[in-house]
Design a protein around this ligand. Structure first.
Ligand SMILES: [Mn+2]
Length: 330
């Protein structure tokens, strides 16, 4: 018996006949697809499998994925946990979020670095780029053909977590993708990847395009008061597609906090360090080489500068960045 098949067998052994199973996820494409795979694996074995998520899902691509694959998610807050006798986590571990706390888990399947995990069955493989890859191996080892929708969801899980195989992708992730390709409805994949903007996002972006300011190959936009920080991220990503722009710095105010989203092309001073140097004095700031974020209470900015008007904030963000983003300009 292959090791994948042995693993899958052990996984099945954990569930009593007619089990009522609750799969809890922090919903992103990899977690959603992995939960769908668990549901398929337990088909005809469990009497019920429900997937619950505790995070807010707002990205248009994720909403499209859920809709087109019939992922069938329920908000965890709406679930009566006493109705279930088995609990499963995929693509996370209990330490990752307090929403996972206080539950005895039957199974935990994940690809993040191992933390303190206790469950009847654990399969943690930090060497894998995605959890979808692990679940694809389960399906394959048990000769279960994934439906067109499940295969498309698993492909999206792999594409998303490996950033289209440019990050942390292993040969196993590539093989799983290749295997799924035979079964998937590729129109779902295409449609999910096209779903970048809602109607409101488009209006927000239109305004940002009109009011953007370019200084030294860096593009800035201050949105004033906002209701969704996601829109700042969307604009920041979009502006990096302008030829000759190496940085985008997009800001807005929500709940008396100034939020600044930074993106750069990764070829110069890191966005995370720049965010820290420019803004950590006023609030939380940090990130990676190409992506960073700062959040500062307006009260703190007012204490230091004496002003918090929107025009002032727009100028202030620019000044702080220009002081700290480094001189290397091409
Ligand atoms: Mn993942």
């Amino acid at each position: 018996m292959s090791s994948a098949r042995e693993k899958t067998k052990q996984f099945f052994k954990q569930f009593q006949p007619n089990a009522r199973v609750l799969v809890i996820i922090n919903a992103d494409p990899d977690a959603i697809a992995s939960a769908m795979a668990v549901k398929r694996l337990l088909w005809r074995k469990a009497s019920e499998v429900v997937t619950a998520h505790f995070n807010r899902i707002s990205r248009p691509d994720n909403l499209t994925l859920i809709q087109l694959t019939d992922a069938g998610l329920t908000p965890l807050a709406d679930v009566d946990k006493t109705q279930f006798d088995h609990f499963v986590i995929v693509d996370s571990q209990p330490d990752h979020n307090e929403a996972f706390a206080g539950i005895n888990y039957t199974a935990i399947i994940d690809h993040h670095p191992l933390t303190d995990v206790k469950a009847g069955y654990t399969d943690i493989r930090p060497g894998y780029g995605t959890c979808s890859t692990i679940l694809t191996e389960y399906l394959k080892s048990w000769k279960i053909k994934p439906s067109t929708k499940l295969a498309a969801a698993l492909m999206m899980g792999i594409k998303t977590d490996t950033a289209d195989f440019t990050r942390q992708a292993t040969l196993k992730d590539i093989r799983a993708f290749q295997y799924l390709y035979k079964f998937a409805d590729n129109n779902i994949v295409t449609k999910v990847e096209r779903a970048i903007l809602t109607d409101e996002d488009l209006s927000f972006l239109g305004n940002a395009i009109k009011k953007r300011q370019k200084v030294n190959n860096r593009v800035f936009f201050h949105a004033g008061k906002i209701s969704k920080p996601d829109e700042l991220v969307m604009v920041a990503d979009f502006f990096l597609s302008i030829v000759g722009v190496n940085w985008s710095i997009i800001s807005g105010v929500m709940d008396r906090q100034l939020i600044v989203i930074l993106r750069n092309d990764g070829l110069r001073k890191g966005a995370g360090n720049t965010a820290k140097e420019a803004f950590s004095k006023y609030g939380s700031a940090g990130g990676h080489k190409t992506m960073a974020r700062a959040e500062m209470p307006l009260s703190r900015i007012k204490k230091e500068t004496g002003r918090i008007g929107q025009k002032f904030l727009a100028q202030w963000v620019m000044t702080q960045i220009e002081k700290n983003a480094g001189k290397k300009i091409e």
